[in-house]
Design a protein around this ligand. Structure first.
Ligand code: FES
Length: 571
């Protein structure tokens, strides 16, 4: 079937004691001999977990993938990997993304697999699985779990982005605890991940725009019958991919990454996209810089009217034509000859797609918003860069100078933010330190820190906020994120003091601290790195090896691909 011998023959095609052991224990699951005589063995890498509510329907989804694999002549084997539930895990799932990528990489390489289907959903499960699979580089296809149905509260459509509004309303006394309970019951009412263009949806769009999934994978809602159908088609497709030996390294060329950046700009995707895409590029050896995020999204307007940059939900995107309709409209800007999982080019896959609702998916000529993408900032406050998402920011704050109000840690912020005596007004710039990869550790999504209650009561809804942390893809505001180098390793962010003047100029891509080099140098002399206390195990490994956000926050020793060969192959 395959042009080259199946990798799994290195197990099941062996004679002697080793072949006996490989086959005999496998057969205890009720498998006849002929199943092991030349059928491609397809792994289904499953992030199902009841602790990852967004992925809780994945066991059922896997059954449809298996149908497709069997129909196409393959043999499916489902296996678990560590799952990352965004809503439950502490201190932050980002701490564990690289750990999961190791789990996936080693699970694939160590086992008799000829191809793999990655079942991804909640935010970090997608980049973690793709990163791990890329470092092995056997035929791989992604199946996303799909977004949940739009939430409902008091007759209105809601989803995760509203959580931030509800929280501010509750803190300022405009929404009662009782109403909060009713809203929470209406928010998540079906299988699937967050229903806005948050990080999970951004990641689903990322894999489709990279060519790693079948067309339409990104937007079909989790409870829609179409999700089961695409699961079955994905199962069929991976068997073909094995026959044609189409691997991630054949698909993930530089042109695919450029497409993904442009699509992310058009959909108003999450800032987390930056870190994850750079990490994936690092696994396949494609040079991709932070600056590329700005360069390739500059000419792209915001075409998709979805929360948090607009008003609609993932369900609406699907009914309007899904990501294929967006890609079709963007074809003049994309590398149309990029190859995708089904062996077809982007042009072949998407030239017949159609848009059914121009209010949800606009055109390049008449976009929903001229402002899109991820802007990369430079300046003495972020010598290796920082990012802001202009489509989710306030126009009047995009070019703003103000005095810093500094919070040294997230605990310091929590202690003082509600203090009526906090010296702060809406013209100040809130600065939060030590929420980066090494400072927290794990870079939590706290960058869009809530405003002081006394300003909320005045009706203030946004302020400039700067940190070395991340922001949920569902969040919004004039929020500068991923400041690098982070405060904990002595980046200039560490030396900002209350009252320092800071200028944010999004038009000129500048983030500037109005403190002379001499004064900064003097402050640096007194730098004391944050003490995280006793660290052992995985956290210690993370602190020793994690790279800064502009390098994808991968571990230094995980960059690149080791291939699928196993160095020692006797049992
Ligand atoms: Fe899982 Fe939002 S909590 S995608």
């Amino acid at each position: 079937m395959s042009k080259k011998e199946l990798r799994s023959r290195g197990w099941f095609g062996r004679s002697g004691k080793d072949g006996f052991i490989y086959r005999s224990w496998f057969k205890k699951q009720g498998i006849p001999q002929d199943e092991l005589e030349g059928k491609p063995i397809i792994g289904i890498c499953n992030t199902w977990s009841e602790l990852t509510p967004c992925n809780s329907h994945f066991r059922e989804l896997a059954e449809f993938v298996k149908r497709g694999i069997i129909e196409a002549g393959g043999f499916p084997v489902e296996f678990p990997v560590m799952s990352l539930g965004e809503s439950l895990m502490k201190p932050t799932t980002m701490l564990y993304r690289n750990q999961v990528s190791i789990d996936v990489e080693e699970s694939i390489r160590a086992n008799p697999l000829d191809g793999v289907v990655l079942l991804c959903g909640c935010d970090k499960t997608t980049p973690a699985l793709v990163m791990g699979a890329c470092s092995v580089d056997i035929p791989t296809i992604v199946l996303s779990g799909g977004a949940m149905l739009t939430g409902k509260f008091k007759g209105k459509s809601i989803s995760t982005s509203d959580l931030w509004l509800f929280s501010e309303a509750n803190r300022s006394g405009k929404m009662s605890d009782q109403e909060m309970l009713a809203a929470e019951a209406g928010m998540c009412r079906s299988d699937g991940h967050c229903a806005v263009m948050g990080t999970a949806s951004t990641m689903a769009c990322m894999v489709e725009s990279l060519g790693l999934s079948l067309p339409q994978n990104a937007a079909i809602p989790a409870p829609d019958a179409g999700r089961k159908i695409i699961a079955q088609l994905t199962g069929r497709e991976i068997v073909k991919m094995v026959a044609e030996d189409r691997k991630p390294s054949d698909i993930l060329k530089r042109n695919a990454f450029e497409n993904a950046i442009r699509v992310n700009a058009a959909i108003g995707g999450s800032t987390n996209f930056v870190i994850h895409l750079i990490a994936i590029a690092g696994r396949v050896g494609v040079e991709l810089s932070l600056q590329d995020m700005d360069t390739f999204s500059r000419s792209v307007p915001l075409m998709v009217n979805l929360q948090p940059s607009g008003k609609y939900f993932m369900e609406d995107l699907y009914y309007a034509g899904g990501l294929p309709a967006v890609i079709k409209a963007m074809l003049p800007l994309l590398n149309k000859d990029a190859i995708t999982v089904n062996g077809k080019t982007v042009l072949e896959n998407y030239s017949d797609s159609a848009c059914y609702d121009a209010d949800v998916i606009s055109s390049l000529e008449e976009p929903f918003n001229e402002v899109s993408g991820i802007v990369v900032l430079h300046g003495n406050l972020c010598e290796k860069g920082a990012v802001i998402k202009p489509s989710a920011a306030s126009k009047h704050l995009m070019n703003h100078t103000g005095k810093a109000v500094v919070f040294e840690t997230i605990d310091d912020y929590k202690e003082r933010i509600a203090d009526p005596n906090l010296d702060i007004d809406e013209n100040n710039i809130m600065v939060l330190k030590n929420v980066g990869l090494k400072g927290y550790p794990g870079m939590p999504e706290v960058g869009n820190m809530g405003l002081p209650p006394k300003l909320l009561e005045k009706g203030i809804t946004d302020m400039v906020r700067i940190s070395d942390g991340r922001m949920s893809g569902t969040g919004f505001g004039t929020v500068v994120l991923h400041v690098s180098p982070e405060a904990a390793i002595g980046g200039n962010l560490a030396f900002v003091e209350n009252g320092d003047l800071i200028t944010l100029n999004v038009t000129e891509r500048k983030l500037y601290l109005h403190v002379s080099d001499e004064v900064l140098a003097a402050r640096k002399k007194n730098f004391i790195p944050i003490d995280l206390g006793y660290m052992r195990g995985y956290t210690k490994q993370f602190l020793n090896h994690v790279l800064q956000p502009e390098e994808g926050a991968d571990f230094d020793y995980l960059k690149g691909c080791s291939g699928s060969d196993i160095q020692r192959d006797s049992h």
